[in-house]
Design a protein around this ligand. Structure first.
Ligand SMILES: C[S@@+](CC[C@H](N)C(=O)[O-])C[C@H]1O[C@@H](n2cnc3c(N)ncnc32)[C@H](O)[C@@H]1O
Length: 205
């Protein structure tokens, strides 16, 4: 069987990109297992900034009856070797292509799916949007069903002005989301991983 190609993250080597995925995958699986969601149900899952489908595949395997949608602009520099064709090929290679829809769309300006989702997931995307990330959080909140969860694995790199960027961001989005719990990575030789957090957020109604 072909191996899926999930691409190389910017400022990273292909080996470090693989290690990052090997770190993020169990963190997401732990988060999924702690959600009050029936694993066998045909829940709808949206991956925001899906790239070549790494996180879609983790979610698709964990929830075997789920219906998967990925959106990505496929235009930035943050994932080398990414394309909608490669994302679809990866999903077919992994045997989940039939229940996956991948759309080429900009989260901030594009025509997003009109349906609402049980679960929205994202990995290494919102920090790329800098100040516009808060608009992205609001858009994501609008696409969640009542009681739905947003699982956001991302880098929260401190700056001089924002020494605790994670707390800052969680406070700023607290009118839209409740932070249910956080998962931190184990210590790693990959230096930027110390700024990686998985935030499990529930939409507020
Ligand atoms: C570092 S990659 C992560 C890809 C994937 N989530 C993964 O973990 O392999 C960031 C992704 O976000 C996408 N992205 C960045 N800004 C976006 C936007 N405004 N709308 C949609 N996708 C965006 C990029 O095209 C890229 O595929």
């Amino acid at each position: 069987m072909d191996k899926p190609d999930f691409g190389t993250y910017h400022h990273s080597s292909s080996e470090d990109s693989e290690r990052l995925r090997e770190t993020a995958e169990p963190m997401f699986k732990e988060a999924f297992s702690r959600l009050p969601v029936d694993r066998e149900k045909a829940i709808s899952i949206l991956d925001v900034g899906c790239g070549n489908g790494f996180l879609l595949s983790v979610a698709g395997m964990f929830y075997p009856a789920s219906l998967l949608t990925g959106v990505d602009s496929f235009s930035g520099e943050s994932l080398h070797g990414s394309s909608i064709a490669q994302a679809r090929k990866n999903m077919d290679t992994l045997g989940i292509g039939a229940r996956t829809t991948i759309l080429e769309v900009d989260l901030l300006n594009g025509k997003l799916p009109e349906e609402k989702f049980d679960l929205i997931i994202s990995n290494l995307v919102l920090h790329n949007l800098q100040g516009k990330r808060f608009r992205a959080y609001r858009i994501i909140r609008e696409m969640l069903k009542d009681g739905g969860y947003f699982l956001n694995g991302d880098l929260f790199i401190p700056t001089w002005a924002l020494p605790d960027k994670f707390s800052h961001d969680m406070k700023k989005i607290s009118s839209s989301f409740i932070l249910e719990f956080t998962i931190e990575p184990p210590s790693s030789p990959i230096s930027f991983l110390k700024h990686y957090r998985l935030a499990v957020l529930r939409g507020i109604y």
